[in-house]
Design a protein around this ligand. Structure first.
Ligand SMILES: C[S@@+](CC[C@H](N)C(=O)[O-])C[C@H]1O[C@@H](n2cnc3c(N)ncnc32)[C@H](O)[C@@H]1O
Length: 182
C-alpha cells in the first residue's frame, strides 16, 4: 500500500479495493490520502497486515492485484517491524516474496491479472537481477507471464548518488511491471 497511491486510483475509478501494508504508518498515511471527495461510492479498505498471509480474504475472490514490493533492503521502510521484507537481503527477501506470490495466486480469480512493479539492484558494483528473480517466484507460484513492461526512469532523486557510485558508467534506468495471469 505504501502511501496509498493504488487505493487513490481505485477510488477515482470507482472500484472496490483492499490495501495491505505491514507498516501501521503506511495505513495512516494512506487513510489521510484517501480523504478526498469524488463521485465514486466504492468501498476502500486499508489493512495493517503481511502480504504473505491474506487469511482475511477467501480463495478466488479478487479481480486484480497490484503490488509494489520493496527492492529487497535497498530502501528500508521501518527499523524493526516484524515481517517487513524491506529489512531482508536478497535471498531471504525472495523466500518471503514466494509466499506473497502464493497468497496472491490463492486469492485471485482464475484468468485474472496480478501486476507487480520491481527493479533490479546493484550490490558491490554488480547488477543483481532482482526483477527476473522475483518474476520466477510468481511463475513458480503458478502464474503465467502475460506481459513484461519496461518502465524507464529518468531524473530520479537518487541519480546523482548512483552516478558517483558507478563512476559515471551505465545506470540502472528502468524498472519492470510484470503482468501475471492466473
Ligand atoms: C515500494 S513501497 C510501496 C510504495 C507504493 N507503491 C506507493 O505508491 O506509495 C513498499 C511497501 O511494502 C511494505 N511492506 C514491506 N514488507 C511487507 C509485507 N510483508 N507485507 C506487506 N507490505 C510490506 C512497506 O512497508 C512499503 O510501504
Amino acid at each position: 500500500m505504501g502511501s496509498g497511491t493504488a487505493l487513490v486510483e481505485a477510488k477515482l475509478l470507482n472500484r472496490n479495493a483492499i490495501g495491505v501494508d505491514i507498516n501501521p504508518q503506511s495505513v495512516s498515511i494512506s487513510e489521510t490520502n484517501l480523504q478526498f471527495q469524488c463521485e465514486a461510492n466504492s468501498k476502500i479498505f486499508t489493512r495493517n497486515g503481511n502480504a504473505t498471509d491474506l487469511h482475511f480474504i477467501n480463495d478466488g475472490r479478487i479481480d486484480f492485484i497490484c503490488t509494489h514490493p520493496p527492492y529487497a533492503n535497498i530502501i528500508k521502510y521501518s527499523k524493526e517491524i516484524k515481517g517487513d521484507i524491506s529489512l531482508l537481503a536478497v535471498d531471504e527477501f525472495l523466500v518471503e516474496m514466494k509466499k506473497a506470490a502464493e497468497e496472491a495466486f490463492r486469492v485471485l480469480k482464475k484468468g485474472k491479472m496480478c501486476a507487480v512493479m520491481i527493479g533490479d539492484v546493484r550490490k558491490y558494483g554488480k547488477v543483481v537481477p532482482l526483477g527476473f528473480r522475483m518474476m520466477d517466484c510468481f511463475l513458480q507460484a503458478g502464474f503465467m507471464n502475460k506481459e513484461i513492461i519496461i518502465k524507464e526512469q529518468h531524473n530520479c532523486r537518487s541519480t546523482n548518488y548512483w552516478e558517483k557510485q558507478n563512476n559515471k558508467f551505465l545506470l540502472l534506468a528502468h524498472e519492470y511491471i510484470f503482468v501475471f495471469q492466473k
